[in-house]
Design a binder for this molecule. Structure first.
Ligand SMILES: [Zn+2]
Length: 620
């Protein structure tokens, strides 16, 4: 049976288990009641702790702040508790089983939070389950309880946690091997559309919340192709016996978080294929790319991870310069595998690559920060971007993906197709993933050198530790792909496609304008650009350019009638003060990229390209 919710009733070990219970106590007030019974509390008073962050999202979120009440009891009698710090509580000593009772507020709709209302319940373990400090490796049994009727009558439970007596998709008891596993299983409880399929005999499920009439048969079929292609690269991990895609499909939204046996995804309902659709729309490609990204993580970060994350310390930030390996390389493979599996065409793949190159080129942060630094400072910079981020921060996702692309093509062309990033990933997986040993900070570079036989220090110095430009054009050309650059045609221009020359304004303001609450506001002000030199600052509200209204939607079109060096009068509001300034327009940068196949490439080049993009399923 293709049921990813394996039932382990009767398989329990004799080891003591922590008993958790979670109940949507008051959905209207967004309150869960969580209980935790510790069989053998610590003799000097049991301490429990809420995580400060959730693996995969590198920001301190202090989940304890949502705990609105905490008490403890033993043998029906109240036990005093003391709050030790922002995340920990300690109960008075007792030699009898001890139960903590918490009320937890849950109204965060993201993939890294907990949410409860009268339509559904969703939670991540770190938001709701305290850790039994000192007994983290014990089994955890969770009883998932329904809300008071009539709510919940049509709700089903979707999680990759092993069932321990609960019926498939039902309320009841579930089990996790230890605390780390307990909090690695997001749970969705709602009216759900469910599809099931197998990948190499391993049951996979997709459970969708959000009133969708998507073509479930097609979704399952396409996800099966995608997962099979991923599986051909690194193989099924020994402990991989089920997988669940948990998808929330609202009107709009986007997000994903990876787990070992599941992922939580948010994407727009309209991105999913309707019955009768045959094409892969841009929206559906976005969804497939998201699913591909989170699925690749089941290897790359959930099992193969930095040594610094082995194990996770969830009480504080952990710094590593390797996030680019885990997010950047995952971002490279997510789209590449769509092409390799045949779900999208080569042209469509090149469009996505062109968009990634555009995203990186549009920020000057890549000249100020390396991807190693960006990884290290993720907690305070990438995850807490200020108005200057575009000038100071580089994305270890997007630039990391380009470093992966450059490295892959470099290895392929310099070894005459004998070595690729696939080989590097396989060695990393065998060495630090299968063994769970954790990748040392210089491990990835060492494996690249080992597998290829090259000295790659200069490449890593420039691409990873430095801020040099990547030899993208040369590497793409070696694989029969031409890189073109042009000017932007406006705020909706993501790159990836050519554009008519007369749609591209010759000049720019050197700042981004966005619509906000019915007015146009300057957001990014680029270092050294015309707006910065004219004294315009992030947050300024645009009023007029040369006496006519200045608005995000029409700005690009207006600029088309100006030339490099023209001086214009710009009027803005800063808070409630009107500012009139002169701005000297400058030539717009050609930082929008699109890629095209070189149609007259030689045979060797064409062979390199087809080997790079071919499915690995045939060559296993
Ligand atoms: Zn990711």
């Amino acid at each position: 049976m293709s049921d990813a919710q394996v039932d382990r009733a009767g398989s329990g070990s004799m080891k003591s288990a922590h008993q958790y219970g979670i109940r949507p106590k008051d959905p209207g007030a967004h309150l869960y009641e969580v209980t935790l019974t510790v069989e053998n509390p610590a003799a000097d008073g049991q301490i429990i702790a809420m995580p400060a962050w959730i693996p995969g999202s590198y920001m301190i979120r202090d989940y304890a702040k949502h705990v609105v009440a905490m008490s403890a009891e033993s043998d029906g009698r109240s036990v005093p508790i003391e709050k030790l710090d922002k995340s920990r509580w300690q109960a008075a000593p007792t030699d009898r089983p001890l139960t903590f009772i918490a009320e937890i507020y849950a109204y965060d709709p993201s993939v890294r939070g907990a949410h409860l209302d009268t339509t559904h319940a969703y939670f991540n373990g770190p938001c709701v389950f305290p850790e039994v400090v000192g007994q983290e490796s014990d089994n955890c049994i969770v009883e998932i309880l329904p809300p008071d009727p009539p709510l919940g009558n049509d709700w089903r439970v979707a999680t990759a946690m092993y069932r321990k007596g609960a019926k498939a998709y039902g309320f009841g008891h579930y089990e996790a091997a230890d605390y780390a596993e307990l909090i690695d299983h997001p749970v969705e409880i709602a009216p759900l559309s469910i599809g099931e399929f197998e990948v190499r005999g391993i049951p996979h499920t997709i459970a969708i919340r959000g009133n969708t009439r998507a073509d479930m048969a097609r979704l399952c079929h396409n996800l099966q192709s995608l997962c099979t292609e991923h599986m051909a690269l690194l193989g099924a991990p020994a402990d991989f016996d089920r997988y669940l895609f948990l998808l929330h499909a609202p009107g709009s939204g986007y997000g994903g978080l990876e787990h070992r046996w599941s992922s939580s995804l948010i994407c727009s309902r309209d991105n999913l294929p309707a019955r009768g659709d045959v094409d892969v729309s841009e929206g559906y490609r976005t969804f497939l790319g998201l699913a591909s990204h989170e699925y690749f993580h089941l290897w790359n970060i959930k099992r193969l991870k930095p040594a610094a994350f082995t194990p996770y310390d969830l009480s504080a930030e952990i710094h590593t310069g390797l996030l680019w390996v885990f997010e950047g390389i995952t971002s490279y493979y997510d789209d590449l595998v769509l092409a390799r599996s045949g779900l999208i065409t080569i042209e469509s793949y090149l469009e996505l690559l062109g968009q990634t190159i555009t995203r990186v080129m549009r920020g000057s942060g890549r000249f100020r920060q390396s991807i190693e630094e960006s990884s290290f400072d993720a907690w305070t910079k990438f995850y807490k971007k200020d108005a200057n981020a575009s000038n100071a921060v580089v994305s270890y996702y997007a630039k990391g993906a380009l470093v992966a692309l450059t490295l892959d093509l470099k290895l392929r062309s310099e070894t005459d197709r004998q070595v690729s990033l696939d080989d590097v990933m396989q060695t990393c997986w065998q060495r630090w993933g299968e063994t769970r040993a954790g990748m040392p900070e210089h491990g990835f570079e060492i494996v690249c050198a080992e597998v290829s036989g090259f000295d790659l220090e200069d490449f890593f110095d420039a691409a990873v530790r430095g801020t040099g430009e990547l030899p993208l054009e040369k590497m793409l050309a070696s694989h029969g792909v031409a890189l073109h650059l042009r000017r932007s045609t406006g705020p909706d221009d993501k790159g990836g496609k050519p554009a008519e020359l007369d749609a591209q304004a010759e000049v720019w303001l050197g700042a981004s304008l966005v619509d906000k609450d019915g007015r146009s506001e300057f957001t990014v002000v680029h270092n050294g650009g015309p707006a910065e030199q004219a004294g315009i600052a992030p947050g300024d509200v645009a009023v007029a350019l040369d006496g006519l209204v200045l608005a995000a939607a029409t700005c690009e079109k207006r600029l088309r009638s100006y030339r490099d060096g023209d001086v214009v009068e710009v009027v803005v509001f800063r808070e409630d003060q009107l500012i009139v300034t002169e701005l000297r327009l400058a030539a717009a940068p050609t930082n929008t990229c699109y890629l095209q196949l070189i149609t007259d490439a030689d045979e060797k080049t064409e062979l390199r390209r087809s080997v790079w993009l071919q499915s690995r399923i045939q060559i296993e």
